[in-house]
Structures are given as C-alpha cells and as structure tokens.
Design a binder for this molecule. Structure first.
Ligand code: GLC
Length: 755
C-alpha cells in the first residue's frame, strides 16, 4: 500500500483510494496548498479564512474533491495522472509525498506522465510540472482545471447568491485571472488576484464552471473534456473556474515538459511579471532545487541512526516536517479542520515553538513575540488571535495559556545560551510594551493572583484539557494540572532569573508551596487527582464513580518534579490507562450525566475525543515522565506504539484510516466500538511534543545553559544510537551505547562524543 524511501525523504502510495485522504502541505510561507495522495486539496494565500482559492468540500461525499486536476484527452477517452477524479483510471499509477512536494506517476495507453506539484520560494504559485512521454507519435489535449470558490469560505456559505455577482474571471493574454471583488471583504487592499497560466500556447479556456463542467455533471466527467474543447467562457457573476485547453504533440519516446502555474499577485501588472518569471526556462528546476536545499538545511540539524527504523523515519524526517507545518498553520486547516474559525492558538502555538527552537531560533522568537502581543498587562493572554485576518481575538481566559509562554521562552534562551532575547520589547494587547523578560514575569504574576480556595490555580475557562470548561463556571474551580504546569515553569523562570543576576529564589518558594499542595491535597492514595469543581468535588478520584484517573496529573507530577509519588502514579497509568494503541486520557470514560445531569462534564461519546480516547498529545508527556523516572522500557512502549506506521499496522489500515507518516490528535479508545480509529491528523501538539520527547528525553540530548547534556533513556531496540546535532553553530556527533549521563561543556573542543 505504501513504502518509505528515507534517502529521498518520500513516501509512495500504490493505491489512490486510501481510507481517508492522506495529505501533504506544499508551502513557501505565503502561498499554501494542502494536497492529498489523489490530487484533491485546497490552495490558499496566507489565510484559508479570507484568501482561499478553490473549493474543497470537507466531509461531504464524494470525499477529497475538488483538487488540482489535469485531464488528458487521448483519442476518445480521458484520464488524470492524479488518478482521481475520472472513471477511467491509469493502467500504472503511484503517488508520492515528499518534503514540500507531491508527485504522481501514471501511465495509460502508452502515454506516461510524471506530475510534480510544489510551491517554490520565488513566486507565490503552485507549480504543476508535467513530464509527458508517449511510446508512439501522438496528439493529446490537456485540460488543467481548478474549481474556484469565494475567497471567504464562511461568507460564501451564507451570502453566495448575492456576492457571486461581484466575482470576475477572465482571460488576459492567455493568462486566466480571477478577481474576488466582494465589497464587504475584510482586507480588500491586501486581497490578491489569482492567476492560471501555462508555459505552452493556450488554444482555449473556460472561466465559467458551469460551461466547463455542465449540468448534472461533476469533476468526474466535465462536458468540455468530453467534447474535446473549451468554450472561451468568461465569468462576470456566477461560479468561476480555471480551465485551459492545451494541444500537445508527442513524438515517440521524447519527453515534453508542460508547466502550469496557479498563483497570486496583487495587480494585473504583477501577474504579468510573475508569469514571465515562471515561464523562464530554468525557473521550475531552480524552484524545485531551492525547495530541496531548504529542507536539507532544516533537517540536517538533527539526524540519527538507530536500529528501530520506524522510529528513525519519524525522528529524521516526518516528525520534524510535521512539527514545522504545525508551527506554520497552528490548528487552522487540515482534512479534519475546515480552516474557518481557528487562527493562531496561543497555547497550541507556544507548544509548537518548542520543536522549532533547535532548528530556527529567529522563527521561534518571532512567533513567540507574536504571542506576547496577545498578553495583557495583568499577565493573562487571549486564547487565539487572527494576525492575518485582522479579526478580533478570542479573549477567553484559560489557566494555562500564559504559562506556556514562559516555557517557550526558557527553551529559546537555553538553546541560544544568551540572554539577549529577554531584552526584546513587545507590546501588550491592552497597551504599553515591555521586554520579553517582563512579559514572562507577568505570566507568573497572573497565576499567583488567581489561586483558588485550596491554593491551586483557578481553572478559569479550562486548562490544557478543553473539556474542563465546565469546572469553573462560578469562578471557584481549581486545576491541579495547572499547578503542575506552574511548578514546571517556576523552576524554569527561577533559572533564568539567576542567570540574569536577579533573585530566582522567590519562584522556588512558590514552587515549594504548590508542591506541598500537590502532595497533601491532590494525592488520592493511588494517583493524583485532576481538578476541583466549583462545588468542591475532586474529579479524578477513586471515590468518584467515573473518570477516576486522568493521565495528565500523573505524567506532570513527574515532569514538574512535584509529585512525591510520581512512580506509583505512573505505575497506575500503565495499569489503568495504557492499551496496545496508546494511553487513554481518562479511565473509565464518562457518561453524559457525570458528575451531575445538569453539570455534566461532557457530551462526547465514551472513548471519543476528550472522553477516554487515546489523546496522542498527552501520551508524549507519559514518554517524558518515564524517561525522568529512568524506565526506558516503559518510555519506549509508549513512544513506539504511537509511531503512525506502527499504530496503523496494529489497528489495521482500514480501522486506523489516517496517514502512516504523521501523528494524529486522537485515536478512539477501547470503550468505543471504533477502537483504533485515528483522526484529526497532521495539526496536533503531538508533533512538537513527540519530537521533544524522543530527541530530548529518550535520546536525551538537551540544551543546557553552559553546554549540551546527554542523558539517554533508551531501550535495547534503539541502541546503539548515533546522532548528529547542530548546537550553537557547531556539529556534534554523538554515539550512545548505553544509558549513561554525560555533559559536553560548550566552550570545550569536544564535538565527537561516545557514551
Ligand atoms: C486540542 C486543542 C488544544 C487542547 C487539546 C486538549 O488539541 O487544540 O488546545 O489543549 O485539544 O483539549
């Protein structure tokens, strides 16, 4: 069904009809395309909310439509190298996802096509590079096609019948141009025109979708492809599309290259310039090379060689690749998330930053600075913001958002080994500005100013677990997990304070106070309780009938160093929460009348989502906790069973359904009859944290202020491990043969280390 080629950093699919669309993200940071193994997907400029280019019909059947299709009309029949959407299929076919590109190799009746799609660095365009060959002299007609939509997806759903009259799509010297002219759009001056061009002569075109497709037809059988010619329709009001008709002569066994460009530019003049650049002879090749070099440079910063090849595939390639995509897209748009309402989530993005720190400190700092602009003078943060769309942020106050900023900042400072970043000045959301150092101190102040009756941080609008939003409706509920998160970052800020020559001890005093509470109030006898409701009920207790044990307060009791009984807590994770497809978040799952009918915590079905599924993001913290407890076998079990290709093989492809090369957010738990169904893949905190867990805790290579610490916790399946890690500009070659701690001081000469 699929095979990895790690040399090329690719995964190849032999069948187009995977259980769900298996996606890739093609992007240059400004122009983006999410594309499936069958050529379906969606392109957008900067924001999928306001500058979405084509229709992608989420969760409707037929699935994975529309996309970026080129119909090949060869005599009486037509087919597509993407395999979808035609009934006539290629005789030979495979597709491949690589780092920032997706390739289709197809053959039918002597005509073979290699179609590579990518977004290069030099123009904001999705490049479709088609290499065509025929075993005999042949004339074929190509119809590249895109079903355009209204750029604002939500407005389209609501106002399409009126606003469609403000769209135009026309031909400008054989370059098709689409103008989204809707007068009420939020940022008309920043809205680009979209263009569609080829590097070969255009015989005809269509801009009116209904002309091209025809009534009661679909992308499966467009009438113009059947007729063999486009109608030269323009579209001033209606449903737009881009379709080109390209007549191609193929000489036997001679390769012909056709390039198509789906791009954006601000004016017609800019389009002319952009297309002229795209059509230059070496443009496509140069763009592809640039892309490859970019990923080479990025990924070479951390590479390993270990006996477990599945783990190696993830550590070297797909995990950092996925983490970079999360860093870019937050939780905005995927096959599961429609890209309509979520912007940059402060908590999610702060965690994504952790996995960008070892690769690109400037990108990490810029992103964290953006999050600091969402902080208020009292220290709390907005929950999400919309820097591209310019919309008002979601202002709900959660107990954890501001604390993640401290953690991200700590990672940056320690990786860099310099305090300079702390002096960068960033504005507050509610006016004024302060240094990064002041910002993170405010995060701590806010937490201290919002402790509950028992002394733990107030839950407010929930902590990391979104579902806990009902715990604190009267403003009294407290979060024991946030106390542990608070403890974790108190130790980090204390270290930074000392490095700055300020007194870090006050932070450690608060740490000790919280630690005392964790052990005296939160310990349930077998594990740590999860939270306290407005009414004073402890959730996550043996005394409760449901949701007795929660994963996060066990793992973080160890991560924070606060839990005197962390080992026992983690033993009970193994006993009650672990399955062979990952660790459940809660046991047992709740019914919808728990703790009371009116005050129920969830409407999720048992074993689903927040209610007792295997929540992969939280599994990463169990891996870290087991490493801190020095239990490599447990850490490895938890790490290995969630490797996407391992979990997919364990559950079975048609049960698991999601991609075997990227992590998903959750897997249905054993209390569901769909146990093993993975969903919400790609955009999940699992990517960043799994990367941190395996590189910094299992392989144990951790940046410290004055050097690099190697503190591995590896099972026999991962030994010996050879790692190359670029740290502060120097390349370190590390060979680990056993679990023994070693420190390389930064000013030393040593770059080859053997343990
Ligand atoms: C989702 C959210 C994240 C939250 C988690 C657990 O992944 O994006 O913010 O912490 O669910 O509820």
């Amino acid at each position: 069904m699929y095979s990895f080629n790690n040399q090329k950093r690719e995964i190849t699919f032999k069948k187009y009809n995977t259980p769900t669309p298996w996606m890739n993200y093609l992007s240059n940071g400004t122009f983006h395309t999410m594309m499936s193994q069958a050529g379906g997907g969606v392109a957008f400029y900067k924001s999928p909310q306001i500058w979405r280019i084509n229709h992608y019909k989420f969760f409707h059947v037929p699935t994975d439509r529309s996309g970026f299709y080129t119909y090949i009309k060869d005599g009486g029949e037509y087919w597509c190298p993407t395999n979808e959407p035609c009934k006539t299929k290629p005789e030979k076919w495979q597709s491949t996802h690589g780092m920032g590109y997706t390739r289709f190799e197809a053959e039918r009746k002597g005509v073979s096509v290699t179609a590579t799609y990518f977004v290069g660095e030099y123009e904001n365009a999705l490049i479709w590079n088609l290499k065509l060959k025929s075993d005999s002299d042949k004339h074929i007609t190509l119809f590249p096609y895109v079903e355009l939509g209204m750029m604002e997806f939500m407005r389209e759903l609501q106002w399409q019948c009126y606003n469609k009259h403000q769209l135009s799509c026309y031909n400008m010297e054989d370059v098709l141009v689409y103008k989204y002219g809707v007068e009420t759009q939020p940022k008309p001056d920043e809205t680009p025109l979209v263009y569609f061009a080829a590097n070969v002569p255009v015989t005809a075109f269509d801009c009116d979708r209904d002309e091209f497709v025809g009534a009661y037809r679909s992308e499966e059988n467009p009438q113009r492809v059947e007729l063999g010619n486009c109608s030269k329709s323009t579209m001033y009001g209606g449903d737009p599309c881009f379709a080109l008709q390209l007549e191609i002569e193929l000489k036997a066994n001679e390769e012909k290259e056709v390039n198509i460009f789906l791009g954006t530019a601000m004016t017609e003049e800019d389009i002319r310039k952009s297309v002229e650049n795209c059509r230059k002879t070496d443009f496509v090749e140069k763009s592809f090379k640039g892309l490859a070099e970019k990923w080479d440079a990025h990924l070479s910063k951390f590479q390993c060689k270990i006996p477990d090849k599945d783990a190696e595939t993830m550590i070297n390639i797909w995990n950092p690749y996925q983490a970079e995509r999360n860093f870019q897209f937050s939780r905005n748009i995927s096959y599961y998330a429609t890209g309509t309402f979520r912007g940059v989530g402060v908590r999610d993005t702060a965690q994504d930053i952790l996995a960008m720190v070892p690769f690109d400190l400037r990108r990490a700092k810029d992103k964290l600075n953006l999050l600091f602009t969402q902080q208020y003078n009292d220290g709390h943060c907005n929950h999400y913001c919309f820097p591209t769309e310019g919309w008002e942020p979601v202002t709900r106050i959660h107990s954890d958002n501001h604390l993640w900023l401290v953690m991200a900042c700590y990672h940056i400072v320690i990786e860099e080994g310099k305090l300079d970043y702390l002096d960068e000045v960033v504005e507050f959301y509610d006016g004024g500005s302060a240094t990064v150092w002041e910002h993170i101190k405010k995060s701590i102040d806010f937490c201290l100013a919002n402790l509950g009756e028992c002394g733990f941080p107030l839950m407010l609008s929930s902590d990391w677990n979104d579902m806990l939003y009902k715990v604190c409706r009267e403003g009294k509920g407290e979060s024991i997990w946030t106390s542990m998160q608070f403890g974790t970052v108190l130790r980090q800020i204390a270290e930074i304070a000392d490095l700055k020559g300020e007194d870090g001890s006050k932070y450690l005093e608060t740490y000790e106070q919280q630690k005392k509470l964790v052990n005296e109030i939160a310990w349930d006898g077998e594990w740590y309780r999860r939270c306290i409701t407005d009414e004073g009920t402890f959730i996550g207790s043996e005394k409760e009938p449901q949701a007795k044990i929660w994963l996060n307060t066990q793992s973080w009791s160890v991560i924070s160093g606060m839990g005197d009984n962390g080992t026992q807590a983690m033993d009970n994770v193994k006993k009650y929460l672990d399955t062979d497809l990952g660790i459940k978040k809660i046991h047992p799952s709740m019914t919808t009348d728990y703790p009371t009918k009116d005050g129920n915590l969830t409407m999720y079905n048992k074993g689903c989502g927040e209610n007792g599924s295997v929540f992969c993001h939280a599994n990463t913290w169990a891996v870290i906790a087991e490493c801190l407890l020095k239990r490599p076998e447990n850490a490895y079990k938890y790490y290995h069973q969630l490797l996407p290709m391992v979990a997919q093989a364990q559950a079975g492809e048609w049960r698991y359904k999601a991609e075997p090369y990227v992590y998903c957010s959750n897997i249905f738990g054993p209390e569901s009859d769909k146990f093993g169904l993975a969903n919400v893949s790609w955009l999940t905190g699992t990517a960043a944290w799994m990367y941190v867990a395996v590189t910094q805790y299992m392989l144990g290579i951790r940046a410290k202020w004055d050097g690099l610490e190697i503190d591995p916790c590896l099972p026999k399946e991962m030994l010996p491990a050879k790692v190359t890690r670029v740290f502060r500009g120097k390349t370190y070659n590390i060979t680990i043969t056993k679990n023994e701690k070693k420190f390389i001081s930064f000013d030393g000469k040593e770059t080859d280390v053997i343990i």
